[in-house]
Design a protein around this ligand. Sequence first.
Ligand code: TYM
Length: 347
Amino acid sequence: MSDALPVYTGPERILSGMQPTGGLHIGNYLGALKHWVRLQEGKADCFYCVVDMHAITVAHDPADLPGRVRAAAAAYLAAGVDPSRSAVFAQSAVPAHAELAWIFQCVARLGWLERMTQFKDKAGKDAERASVGLFTYPVLQAADILIYKATHVPVGEDQKQHLELSRDIAARFNRDFGAGEAVLPLPEPVIPPSGAGARIMSLKDGTAKMSKSDPSDNSRINLNDDADTIARKIKKAKTDAEPLPASTAELDARPEARNLVGLYAALTGVSAQAVLDDHAGQGFGAFTPKLAEIAVEFIAPIAGEYARLIADPAEIDRILTSGAERARAAAEPVIAQVRGLVGYWKG
Ligand code: TYM
C-alpha cells in the first residue's frame, strides 16, 4: 500500500472511542482511558466518543442502548475525562461519521477487510450470518478518527490492526483524491508499552483478553465493582502452583502468573521486573491478597465517582449534548472538504 506520501502538518488531534457494551473494566482503563486522561493535559483537541453505531453491528435491545451510552460516558468522566477540555459524545449524534464511512467503504479494498482478525473472532464459525456492518466495522472506525483529522489514537493493543487499516484508508484516499496533498493525516496509535496495561488478560484464563463480552463476570474487574467483589474476584483468579520467579522471562510459559504480575505493575506504575524483585519466591497465597488490596484502592475513587454520576442522567445528557455540538462543528469542515474532493454534486 501507498507510503511515499506528503507529511501532514495540521494540528494534533486526539480521538478515541469505546463500545457501550455493559460496564467498562480495568483493561479498558489501563489500555486506553488512563491515556485519554493523560493526553487531555496537552494542547491537542480531544474527542472521546461512545461508539453506539458500532454497538448495533450485533443483536441489541434498542430500549437499553441509551442507558448503555450514558453508562459508558459516566465511566469516561469517572476515570478523569474532563468535559470542559474534551468533547464527550455519542458517535450517532454526529452524522458525518456515517457519511465518511460510506466514502471509505468505496476506498477500502475487500482484501484489506478480509484480513481483520477481530471480525473472524467476533463472527465465529458462522460468518455468513454476521451482519455486513460487523464486517465493515473497521471502516466506520477509520471514519470516526479521520472525520476529525485525528493524528493520535489512544487504544489498547487489540486495536492495532484496525489502526493500520485506518492509515491505509487515509493513504489511499490522499492518493486517489488528494491531488498530491496529505488531506487526511495517517493516524498514530498510542498504545501503552506491553506489560504496562496494553493487553490485560482474563482472570480466569491468562491466554484470553479481559473482555466485556466474556459471559463470566469473574473474568474481569469492572470499574464499578465494589471492594468485596474485587477482592473476591482476585482471590479466585486462576493461578498456578509455582512461586513467583526472579525474572520476567520465566513468566513466559505461565500466562496467569504473567497477567497478575502485569496487573500489579500497571496498577502501581512500576515494571513487571520491579514487582518480581519484591515478590520473587512468594506463592500466590501471599501475592494475590496484596494485589486485591491494591486493586480495591485503585478502583474505589473511580467507582465512587461513577455511582455519583450515574445517579444524575440529566447531567450526563447535558455533557453528551454539548460534546456532540463541539464534535459536529469540528467534523463539518472536514466532511465538506471530502465531499468536494470526491466530486459530489454541489447543488
Ligand atoms: P472496545 O470497546 O473493545 O475497547 C475500548 C478500548 O479498551 C481497550 N481494551 C483493552 N486494553 C487492554 N486490555 C484489555 N483487555 C482491553 N480490552 C479493551 C481497547 O483496545 C480500546 O482502546 N473498535 C473499538 C472502538 C472504536 C474506536 C474507534 C477506538 C470505534 N471507533 C475509533 C479508537 C478510535 C473497540 O471495539 O474497542
